[in-house]
Structure formats: structure tokens, C-alpha cells
Design a protein. Structure first.
Length: 254
């Protein structure tokens, strides 16, 4: 397929999937329950953190997580007591358990009280072409307080060759203002041009079939290859094509 034809095809698929109907079956519906910026970003971060496996299970467990936070995630993060944290102990999503949940709440409180919040950390360490260094730095800051070693595995590090799919998805949610009501665009200090595609089995397979990606592993090197190809299609908003790649893979079996 010629580059122009490929762009036209994918642009059509973006329009097809980047609309409010997408929310109904996607984990992004969880942060859409909230209106305050901090509630959106905390619920989005926690939802994205457990976004692997069956999508229905992800959504159900993310909603349960929010219930455990009294459906007021920012207030819970800032003002929780030790007794409040104990009610998180029964929470489990795959390998993410109650102890991980408690650690995440404590680390989020540290981020807001000592580093100005999630957006400030990611924007402070952004580079001119990518947010992958920001993600790595964020992980270091997130775990600079006393923490359980096992919990570190739940935040990926792109500088250790991870595609960091879940946190790149979270960043798409926060940074892109798509004018359709799907992504939030509540983080104004970061440009959509810096975002990386949430590379997973579905988007990776479709990208390979379309000639956008040659590398077989879904790792940081593959992500850079895919990012480069998508930026050639739209330098200002390359990650809009995540909707096309994901939609083609999940909904159309492309």
C-alpha cells in the first residue's frame, strides 16, 4: 500500500473508532466517571496500571478499585488513614494485589505532596522528541520512598527495553485533546507530538501487516520503530493511530 493510501485508510479508521462509542467497551470509561483533573489522572493511572488481560475484567476491577477509594481517588490519596488502606488488602487483579494497591496509594501521595503531582513529574523530564525518559524518571520518583520490591514490576521502564504499553496508554488519555470526548487532554504542559503508541499484541500485529513495523518483539526498539512510522503520517498527533491499529485488531480481526 502506498504511503498516501495507507494514511487515508488509517485516517478513516481513526474517525471510525476515535469517538464516544469507543468508551463503552474500553477501560477509559473508568476515569470518565470523574470531572476533577486529579480524580481523572489518578483513576486513569490506576486503571491503566491493571490494564492487561480480559478487558471486561479490567473494567470491573478498576471500578471496584475506585469503590475502595470511596469514588474520590484524589481525596483518598491525600487524606487516607492506615485503617483506610487496610480495606485495599483484598483487592486483586492478576498479579497486582492488595499490598501493591497500598504501595501505589502511598507513592501517589508522595508524588502529590513532594513533587507537585503526576503532570509536573512527567513534564519536568520530557525531552524534545519523546516521553520515554520521563516514564523512566517517573518510576524512579514513584519508588524513591520505602516500598515493596515486588511492586516495582507494575510500572515498566522504557530505558530497560520495555514498550511500556500501559503507561503510554495512560499518557495518551491525559495529553491528547481529541475534540471527540474520548481522550481527556487535561495535561496542557505536554505535547501530543511526544506521545508513543501503546504497543500491544493487537496494535503490533496490525502494524506489521500494514508494513509500519518489522521488529517481531513488542519492546522499546519496536516502539521507536512504530513511533517513527506514525510520526511520518502525522507529526503533531501520531498516537491517534492507536485507535486505528487497536480497532482493526480487536474489532475487525485484521
Amino acid at each position: 500500500m502506498e504511503k498516501k493510501d495507507l494514511k487515508d485508510f488509517l485516517d478513516t479508521k481513526v474517525i471510525q473508532y476515535n469517538n464516544p462509542n469507543f468508551i463503552e467497551s474500553d477501560p477509559i470509561q473508568v476515569p470518565h466517571q470523574f470531572s476533577q483533573k486529579e480524580d481523572i489522572e489518578i483513576s486513569g493511572f490506576l486503571t491503566a496500571t491493571i490494564a492487561w488481560g480480559n478487558r471486561k475484567s479490567i473494567i470491573n476491577n478498576a471500578k471496584r478499585f475506585m469503590d475502595l477509594l470511596d469514588n474520590a481517588p484524589f481525596d483518598f490519596v491525600l487524606n487516607h488513614s492506615e485503617t483506610d488502606l487496610e480495606k485495599l488488602l483484598p483487592f486483586v487483579h492478576r498479579t497486582f494485589n492488595g499490598n501493591d494497591s497500598i504501595q501505589f496509594i502511598k507513592s501517589l501521595k508522595h508524588i502529590y505532596e513532594n513533587h507537585g503531582g503526576l503532570e509536573v513529574v512527567f513534564s519536568k523530564y520530557q525531552e524534545s522528541t519523546s516521553l520515554q525518559v520521563s516514564i523512566s524518571k517517573f518510576k524512579s520518583i514513584f519508588f524513591e520512598i520505602e516500598h515493596l520490591q515486588r511492586t516495582q514490576k507494575h510500572i515498566s521502564d522504557p530505558l530497560k527495553n520495555s514498550a511500556a504499553k500501559r503507561i503510554n496508554m495512560f499518557l495518551r488519555w491525559m495529553v491528547r485533546d481529541d475534540n471527540t470526548g474520548v481522550d481527556f487532554g487535561v495535561w496542557k504542559s505536554l505535547s501530543p507530538s511526544l506521545l508513543s503508541c501503546p504497543l500491544d499484541v493487537h496494535s503490533g500485529n496490525v502494524a506489521r501487516k500494514l508494513g509500519l513495523l518489522k521488529r517481531k518483539q513488542n519492546d522499546a526498539k519496536a516502539l521507536l520503530e512504530l513511533d517513527t512510522a506514525l510520526r511520518e503520517l502525522d507529526i503533531n498527533d501520531p498516537v491517534k493511530y492507536d485507535f486505528a491499529l487497536f480497532g482493526l485488531g480487536v474489532f475487525e480481526g485484521f
